[in-house]
Design a protein around this ligand. Sequence first.
Ligand code: C2E
Ligand code: MG
Ligand code: MG
Length: 691
Amino acid sequence: MDLEKIDTLLTHQYVFNDPLHQLFNAVDAISVQGYDEERRVIYWNQGSELVYGYTEQEAKGKKLEDLIIPDAMREIVISAHGDWLSKGIEIPAAELTLWRKGKQDIPVYSSHVLFTNQFGKKQMYCIDIDLTNVKLAQAQAMLKQHMLETIFAAIPDMFFLVETDGTIIDYHVNPENNHQIVPKSLIGQTITDILPDVITHKFQTNIAKALLQGEMISFEYSLPKQDDLTHFEARINTLQKYNQIMVIIRDITEQHKSAELIRHQAFYDSLTLLPNRFLSLDRLSQLLLEAERNNEKAAVVFLDIDDFKKINDSLGHEIGDKLLVHASKRLQQFLQNQDTVGRLGGDEFIILLKGIGGHHNATLIAEDLLQAFRQPFNIDNRELVLTVSIGVAMYPNNGCTVSDLLRNADTAMYQAKSLGRNTYSFFTQEMNNVMQRRFEIEEQMHVAIERKEFTLFFQPQICLKSHKIVGAEALLRWHNPVLGNVTPDEFIPIAEQTGLIIPIGEFVLKQALTFLVEWQAKDNCEYTMAVNLSPCQFRDNRLYEFISQTLSKYDLSPKLLELEITEGVLLHGKADIHNTLIEISESGIHLSMDDFGTGYSSLSYLRQYPFDVLKIDRSFINGISSNQADLNLVKATIAMAHSLGLTVVAEGVETKEQLTLLEELNCDAVQGYYFSKPLPKNELLNFSASF
Ligand code: C2E
Ligand code: MG
Ligand code: MG
């Protein structure tokens, strides 16, 4: 049957220009198809073409199952249609996936009706709505939902969707991270039901603020948890359109803890856990404010462990650290609650004492502190004994500001050190003057070498047998335009502390040897040159190298150089000092023990180290003509030195009597004002000794 025939046949049997069909023709958003009893298309509106892709022409006369029914549904559709025609069993409306032209799946919502026309013919009408977009939207919504769920699961935050009055509409709490929340449903409850009043109030104010400002507001709050607090951050976002609010809550307890830790690290010493310098000084300024308000006295105590460097060097830093920890515990035990003990750095501690009732009270505390350290420390099964030096500055007598009190307590502490350690000192104005002077000297000394302010004087040494000059001691002089003449007794210790002694010492050695060359050439004989060395110079490991290079530069025999050292050098007792001394001695340079009789005067040093010369300190020479004890001591010293094969030089010989006595005692050489003061080099060149 050709198409035209079908068409006439169909038009003949069915009417399509009634108002209903006119309506179908007019809507193209819905597909309306009409089928005859053999399921051949008799009606196909514009909407059908849009949904299924076939034009009316293409569709007309084709069978339903050949057009839009997928293979799998074919039999079902045919039999359902048959059942409807014969038994009146309706095909219900349903969501179906049918085929578009080219066998592409298309989701539709399909409703069906069955008419009987005036010719008694049954005709089925299908009204299909394309669900492609709906399905797409649904799929997207599903995807979003899944995304949200994954996000919720991944983020420890809690999400609440609430009404503006605080009623919870929806929420998401990740059970793994929020053990706090009771598992029963919170929907319908309000914030007031689940949080304490203070926090509810905080929420309400911030919700109001967020609504008013139309932007996100965040704030923090804390809830008690066992003995601790849990900290939260709440962020409030308004969903303006829906008049709803999104509340996102995050547990920030860990952040709080690490912030707390950082704060702690910034203000506490990590080794001893004591307040560090920052916090200690902050406490001091608070203490001063309080003391001023209450008209009270206060004390700032500096405490420095004696010779801590030695402990560190000899026993290692690990033991040193442990010792610091133990020492700070002892300090804490000793102090009262309201007092602060802090670590200023290294082995230096500060103690702040409140409400001190006058000098006496602070004295007692200082004494107790010394006492507290008398007990040995037990570290790694080793008994270690520490002593400390303590300096005290009082508020308001010794200063009213943090910096004044710190400086003065430090000055007092230095004083305690120079008094021989293991003691305490209270600050006095006198100390301040000394400190002031010290600072000035230090300041000026830094440029003194450059400005050529140092000169060397030479004090002749006379042999008591030959009555001839045998050599000289080089003694440093400093004239400064600001300070005038500064004596070596004053500036040498400062040069030692600042390390300037190294360049100064090199200057002295060079100048002394230059002069020796000139002096020997002039008199055409050999002299010895005695040069003083400071203990610190031995810490410079290039010392020996420098000396021997300088000697060979001037082509001088090493035996003409005599290095004077005091026992202080030997007291340090370190292996490298020992080695340097041996090295020096083996090279032929003479070693001289200076100021013998003062300090520790250990005879064992004389045996232990290769000394060539012993210089008896002038304080003993001073007394030999008037004091029998001094005379005996000098006599014994000379005998002992000779027995060890040392030459003896007496220092500070000022009188004829002293000279005679020393001659009688068999002293080898002398040096002193009786013959000559230290002289500038030109004067020494013209000097001749007369007995
Ligand atoms: P010292 O090495 O014991 O030097 C002897 C000191 O006694 C010198 O003091 C000298 O001027 C002084 N003197 C000498 N004869 C007499 C005397 O008959 N009567 C009195 N009352 N004093 C006398 P000076 O020059 O003031 O030096 C003091 C100390 O400074 C020296 O003691 C020495 O330890 C140190 N010194 C001096 N120059 C240097 C130097 O270049 N390097 C180092 N490291 N120390 C130096
Ligand atoms: Mg000397
Ligand atoms: Mg001396």
